[in-house]
Design a protein around this ligand. Structure first.
Ligand code: NAD
Length: 478
């Protein structure tokens, strides 16, 4: 058996039972074996993080800056190798894998800078002779629980701010993508983090994740994943009166108006709905199209879909890689059957595909004649499946766009300044895109949503400080 990738607890690589990491583009390809942690090991990791907190939270800013900077530099230098690992374990295409790796480097670079820009406020008191200082302090031990669909970027945008602001970390990555998680922790460890500051516990959510939720010694939990697990995380955090941040699902609308530039609208729809195999929380799974452009849009989008190359993620020229695993593929197929039963028309795709290597290949599926009340329009599918919902005009389009339990990203394709402006103001979503795909965001600005998509403070950019710090107000009579 190949070398076992172990968990990092209190600065030591610790053994565990090896679990095979399988390539979804080629199920004969075993990427490596990764140790599943036990509940006791999770408890050890939490203890180590607690013990390391006092010193790390008071560490010099140059130390934090240097470690984050060094991590960014190594990620940039190894972007091709890490991007390949990502594509191999998650099934994103190689260019997408490299792009996400660069994004992770940029996040560490950004927070290396933020470590040198920590600031507070000094304000006069309403009482003469008294001064008031408002400062931010680290929260404590932060539990980080991540999903499989952004195996390096999401861990980066949680770990980097946690360390930047002086917190210690227990990190549990998703079971399907331990490779990128292990690599990023290895880099940070070698960059010089003191023992116990960052602990890696790979393995099952029901064991390792649950141990983190149940521990009274974790001060905050940041979670990205499904609504079902997020709800459980929130309940556990309420029980312990612990700070929590949840980023969950989406059912993001892309509105296409009669006056849209057709090529732009089709590009936004196909990119937003199907790239990264549609496995993005910001994917445009509802294409809300006004009647004057509807038929031209469907024809052009179908043509574009027909030309897409679905194949092994590592193969040159592949545009859509495989679905992440058999379970997710079965879920996608289940929803395709539900859509048909509900009366939507499968205008393109939806079949399993065979390729040279055995993998979980699915032809991107486009439904037309869908209504916003169908299950395929209300529930997150999380695969390369999108529906076109025909509407009369802008007013109906906005109403359909907002009629969803989710509120992560919303897009509009239009050449009307009036409608673009109105949509920006009235879309019930955390992020709004005009003539851009609903997926694809910057790393230096806030990320997050409303309603069932997110709970708690925003992630990324300077807004990350809201979650990873706690505010102190100090009064002094001088
Ligand atoms: P998931 O909820 O199944 O798992 C997420 C993480 O939670 C994994 O690490 C898992 O092991 C862990 N977990 C499972 N059970 C647990 C428990 N009892 N206690 C603690 N942890 C537990 O989600 P997934 O399938 O990995 O990811 C897909 C979901 O993530 C989709 O719904 C997608 O929309 C969402 N997502 C959201 C965003 C966002 O920012 N809004 C970004 C990416 C993905």
């Amino acid at each position: 058996m190949a070398e076992l990738h172990r968990n990092l607890i209190d600065g030591v690589w610790v053994d565990g039972e090896g679990v095979a990491n399988i390539n979804p583009s080629d199920t004969n390809d075993v990427i490596g074996h990764y140790a599943g942690a036990t509940g006791d090991q999770a408890a050890d990791a939490i203890r180590a993080a607690r013990a390391a907190f006092p010193a790390w939270s008071r560490s010099g800013l140059m130390e934090r800056h240097a470690i984050l900077r060094k991590t960014a530099d190594e990620i940039f230098a190894r972007k091709d190798e890490l991007g390949r690992l990502l594509a191999r374990e998650e099934g994103k295409t190689l260019p997408e894998g490299i792009g996400e790796t660069v994004r992770a480097g940029q996040v560490f670079e950004f927070f290396a800078g933020e470590a040198l820009r920590l600031a507070g406020e000094t304000v006069p008191s309403v009482r003469p002779g008294v001064g008031v200082e408002i400062t931010r302090e680290a929260v404590g031990v932060v539990g980080i629980i991540t999903p499989w669909n952004f195996p390096i970027a999401i861990p980066a945008w949680k770990i980097a701010p946690a360390l930047c602001y002086g917190n210690t970390v227990v990190f549990k990555p998703a079971e399907l993508v331990p490779g990128c998680a292990w690599a990023i922790v290895d880099i940070l460890h070698r960059a010089g983090l003191p023992k116990g500051v960052l602990n890696l516990v790979m393995g099952k959510g029901s064991v390792v994740g649950q141990a983190m939720l149940d521990s009274p010694d974790v001060d905050a939990i940041t979670f990205t994943g499904s609504v079902a697990t997020g709800t459980r995380v929130a309940a556990a955090c309420a029980k312990h009166m612990r700070k929590v941040q949840l980023e969950m699902g989406g059912k993001n609308p892309l509105v296409v108006l009669d006056d849209a530039d057709l090529a732009t609208a089709v590009d936004c729809a196909v990119n937003g709905a199907f790239f990264s195999t549609g496995q993005r929380c910001t994917a445009s799974s509802r294409l809300v199209v006004t009647q004057g452009i509807h038929d031209r849009f469907v024809e052009a989008a179908t043509e574009k879909l027909r030309a897409l190359v679905v194949d092994n993620a590592l193969k040159e020229g592949t545009q859509i890689g495989p679905v992440v695993d058999e379970n997710q593929l079965a879920q996608d197929e289940k929803y395709i059957a539900i859509g048909r039963d509900e009366g939507a028309k499968l205008a393109f795709g939806g079949e399993r595909l065979n390729r040279e290597t055995p993998g979980f290949y699915l032809q991107p599926a486009l439904f037309t004649e869908a209504s916003n009340t169908m299950r395929i329009s209300r529930e997150e599918i999380f695969g390369p499946v999108a529906s076109v919902i025909r509407v009369k005009d802008y007013e109906e389009a906005l109403s359909v766009a907002n009629d969803t339990p989710f509120g992560l990203s919303a897009g509009i394709c239009t050449t009307s300044l009036k409608h673009a402006t109105h949509f920006k103001r009235n879309a019930e979503a955390g992020m709004v895109m005009v003539n851009l795909p609903t997926a694809g965001v910057d790393f230096h600005v806030p990320f997050g949503g409303r309603k069932g998509s997110s709970y708690g403070p925003r992630e990324q950019g300077r807004y990350a400080a809201e979650f990873y710090t706690t505010v102190k107000t100090a009064y002094t009579l001088a």
